[in-house]
Ligand binder design. Structure first.
Ligand code: CU
Length: 133
């Protein structure tokens, strides 16, 4: 009984560790997020709009569910400096808008994980933008 549980735990851990690489690969080949705009939105905040496109024909992809986000200053050599990301309403179809807490001016990366209608793989990609102060 115990060994069965242990085996399940080990298998689970293996699945978890192997998942990001495979999903990132599939996502990169089919869809990607592109930066549409990055505008200052008050002190330490940047309004970031991204466009989700199908790589094959460049068509915008509406109605995706962005379920995970991360903003950090990796482009400026500070990958551990992160900022809160809050989804915002009012986007055009195929674009997705966020307010990012950019407490420091410079290069930022916004990584998004999304579910696309009719696509079993998770789409995961990163856009970079510059935060003004
Ligand atoms: Cu920084």
């Amino acid at each position: 009984m115990l060994s069965k549980l242990l085996r399940a735990a080990v298998l689970g851990a293996a699945l978890v560790t192997s998942a990001p690489a495979s999903t990132a690969f599939a996502a990169a080949s089919d869809y990607r997020f592109e930066l549409a705009s990055a505008r200052p939105a008050g002190p330490g905040k940047t309004d970031v709009t991204v466009r989700l496109v199908r790589v094959r024909d460049g068509r915008p992809v509406p109605d995706a569910v962005v379920f995970q986000t991360r903003a950090d200053m990796a482009p400026a050599g500070m990958p551990t400096m992160t900022g809160n990301v809050a989804p915002q309403p009012g986007q055009q179809p195929g674009t997705y808008r966020f307010q990012v807490d950019t407490g420091m001016a410079g290069g930022w990366a916004l990584t998004l994980s999304a579910k696309v209608q009719g696509e079993p793989e998770t789409v995961r990609s990163t856009v970079t933008f510059n935060a003004a102060q």
